[in-house]
Design a protein around this ligand. Structure first.
Ligand SMILES: NC(=O)c1ccc[n+]([C@@H]2O[C@H](COP(=O)([O-])OP(=O)(O)OC[C@H]3O[C@@H](n4cnc5c(N)ncnc54)[C@H](O)[C@@H]3O)[C@@H](O)[C@H]2O)c1
Length: 258
């Protein structure tokens, strides 16, 4: 019996089997969780449905986090199927590609800033708000994904770093507010991993190589390692932890080169 046996989890952010959210979903299923998955657009539907089949997941719902209607529809569907929601995983980020390269002073725009913050940071509040009642029923746990660029100026990360800083602050504010409802809110700050979203960052390959060389563990981390920590943080084993940003980066953040 796994440590998530009997837990119901909504996983938002699977695009394919390289996604961090896929690593999380897999490790949660391995620990006994039952899942509902979402897909951002028709283009991704087939791939996410295949993954759902592989993971024995019956509920697959459309969700673009910029749409309040779709957010409501997801929780209406969950509410009619489940008594409560034990786990909400938010593994979503987006910024226009042109803003993830070069000098920030040149690439930043008001529209890009608004979009990056809406999709990558506010959506955590939007989902938690819509799921509040179901999460409260289950003493639920919320988990999001961040990156070191929230705290340090990482080349090319630009507006996404600022959105991640907002996301990490959101984790603390939501945790402070929702503790009274026995809902915990945490983030994993992952080291660089080759995914679809990461491919949008200029020179991502050199970020990966640099991190692998400078990391205490001398290698990059995997989506399974992120998934294991996410599973732990969303389980009763972590019942005393909320408002935290936990690094799964092989120790890179502690080094002088980070
Ligand atoms: N890959 C890395 O190096 C790395 C490191 C640290 C943190 N992260 C974070 O992990 C999270 C997941 O990213 P990933 O690397 O697995 O890439 P990914 O491309 O596999 O996942 C990003 C997901 O965001 C979804 N998304 C984007 N806009 C959306 C919208 N409007 N509505 C709904 N969904 C939307 C995409 O459909 C996709 O499923 C992101 O928050 C990312 O910033 C990634």
């Amino acid at each position: 019996m796994g440590f998530l046996t009997g837990k119901k989890a909504l996983i938002v952010g699977i695009a394919n089997n390289k996604s961090i959210a896929y690593g999380i979903a897999k490790q949660m299923v391995a620990q006994g969780a039952e899942l509902a998955l979402t897909f951002q657009s028709d283009k991704l539907q087939g791939r996410v449905e295949k993954i759902a089949e592989e993971l024995g997941c019956k509920m697959v719902l459309p969700l673009d986090v910029t749409s309040e209607y779709q957010i409501q529809d997801v929780f209406t569907a969950l509410d009619s199927a489940w008594d409560g929601l034990d786990i909400l995983v938010h593994s979503v980020a987006f910024a226009p590609r042109e803003e993830l390269e070069g000098r920030m002073i040149e690439s930043s725009t008001r529209e890009g800033f608004a979009m990056a913050h809406d999709i990558s940071a506010y959506s955590l509040t939007a989902l938690t708000k819509a799921g509040h009642k179901m999460l409260a029923k289950a003493n639920g746990a919320v988990l999001t994904l961040s990156y070191l660029g929230a705290e340090r100026a990482v080349p090319n990360y630009n507006v996404m770093g600022i959105a991640k800083a907002s996301l990490e602050a959101t984790v603390r504010y939501l945790a402070a507010d929702l503790g009274q409802d026995n809902i915990r809110v945490n983030a994993v700050s992952a080291g660089p991993i080759r995914t679809l979203a990461a491919a949008g960052i200029k020179d991502f390959r050199s970020m990966l190589d640099k991190a692998a060389k400078a990391t205490p563990l001398r290698r990059n981390v995997t989506i399974e390692e992120v998934g294991n920590t996410a599973a732990f943080l969303c389980s009763d084993l972590a019942s005393g932890i909320t408002g935290e940003i936990t690094y799964v980066d092989g120790g890179y953040n502690i080094t002088a080169s980070a």
